[in-house]
Design a protein around this ligand. Sequence first.
Ligand code: ADP
Length: 559
Amino acid sequence: MIFKTDIQIADEAKMLPIEEVAAIVGISNSDLEYYGKYKAKISWDAIKRIEEKNKDGKLVLVSAISPTPAGEGKSTVSIGLAQGFNRIGKKSAVALREPSLGPVFGVKGGAAGGGYSQVVPMEDINLHFTGDFHAITSANNLISACIDNHIHQGNELKIDIRQIIWKRVIDMNDRALRNVVVSLGKKADGFPREDHFMITVASEIMAVLCLSESLIDLKERIGKMIVAYSLDGDAVKVSDLGIEGAVAMLLKDALKPNLVQTLENTPAFIHGGPFANIAHGCNSILATKLALKTSEYAVTEAGFGADLGAEKFMDIKCRVAGLKPDAIVIVATIKALKMHGGVDKKNLKPENVEALEKGFENLKRHVENVKKFGVPAIIAINRFESDTEKEITKLKELCEQLNVRISLCECFAKGGEGAEDLASQIVELTEREKSNFKYIYDINDSITEKVNTIVRELYRGRQANFTKAAQNQIKKLESLGLDKLPICIAKTQFSFTDDQKIMGAPTDFDIEVQDIRVSAGAGFIVVQTSNIMVMPGLPKTPAANKMDIDNNGIITGLF
Ligand code: ADP
């Protein structure tokens, strides 16, 4: 049983100086750009050299069942698993997303793993880290400032101020900024218009940063981002404003992956953090490739459940980067499965084998889905103290019937030791079963076909219905030649359907597509199934209320 909080455990970590962590993965002192003693960015020279010279290790993706408020623990398992690999003598590194300040101060608290499977220095990683999110915020808002200035200075591009789609951002949950009016005041203050803030992680710049592999790639993608439509109906791009160079310049350091370590000194590349609904929800390609090229087993994570996160990882990130996962871990908890089986959040602790069996259907569907991509799967049960022996035995029995491997993962309580079995099973799995990785849809299919393939094959719904607005958008994208791109479905993460209340493994439903738009820089088509919250609010008692710092800089309550 753990009596310590995450921050207490993290404070007791015996961290190695970052150059010693880098040495583990063959990165030398001169390849590091230091951000204090325990954090560094990797230089371009090193990135290029490693890309050219090193061979790929095996790529292990960590995904999960449909999330529940009971929590699953993907980051915790990812970190624990990388530690587990190292303990069984297989060199491993983990590639993860950077936490956003919004959730840190909102409901969730920190997002750097938990218990004895954390990345450190956790308070730095959770707060300003190496400033990447601040750089992304500035880059985004430079574009906003230039749009309003362009209009003020004569509006040569004939930007229709009713059709400016580019929004300002801040990395904070702040509902007051969802809808604002800018440019109030005198003539010199510009043309008043309604504007909106998003949280930084929802910005297209974040997605672009995570999908770019060099500064030139980044600059080109930034140039292609559509910011508004003109009075003639033409798309206005960042390149039309002539500022893609300046925006890329602001991101010159943010584009380089960050290196830190886990509690057991396993190298961790933590970089980027796009939303998993209107964007693809995985850390940067550069960080994943570094982990892959510097270890035998690279562990990485995709946001939300496997229907959203793993699907986008494979159909968007792998397509762009030419990556191929060798194995997928589906994380589940007994508590969450009981919730999928109909148990209320308040009653999850008492033993309930029947509900577990019912909720297993959700896990089963995710396993079947992953296999459709041709990738071997394994289930990791993230063990909680409340799990009973009877429940664990039942779960093992169900997995046996499904012919899928299962590992009881105790990495929260025991660190890498608690994930040794998972790591060993993955080694065996990847040696015995070769991944025959394939995408779920053909990029050259029409937008409607691509969406329907995902709905039928993965969500197991009947079909997608498109509103008039969505149909018009499809026609527009076809006419602009922007329809042969991957699909990024923005849907509730809590259900296979577009209704967050329907848990488990529902069938006989349709998916309603409200709107479609293109993220031309990121290079995907966002298919919105409901109104997606791009600026979250804070709860009645934010996590911020429990946080404190003393005169010696000792932090409490960061989780
Ligand atoms: P995810 O990546 O799926 O969002 P995290 O790994 O961030 O989940 O875990 C969410 C929270 O649950 C963290 O605060 C973590 O400390 C806690 N947690 C994870 N696994 C366990 C466990 N086995 N027992 C208790 N708490 C856990």
